[in-house]
Design a protein around this ligand. Sequence first.
Ligand SMILES: [Zn+2]
Length: 84
Amino acid sequence: MSVIIIEGVLFVALIAAGGALLYWLILYFTPMGVRLRQTSNRKRIERAAETVCSVHGPLAEDQLVRLASGEQVCPDCYKEILNA
Ligand SMILES: [Zn+2]
């Protein structure tokens, strides 16, 4: 009984390893992988740019305030807007 369970677990692990290898090959050795990496680079840089306030400088992403419209604002700028 335990042999069947071990065989099933090993089969699932083989499928997962094969999928991971295929994903890695596509990501690093195909033109589509280059496109995916370029897109992720753009998103990473845009995310980093969104966390820099032009007045108060760079902030951590979890410090930002999300407005009801979905836009992210520096917490100090948000306090200034509220107190104005
Ligand atoms: Zn600010």
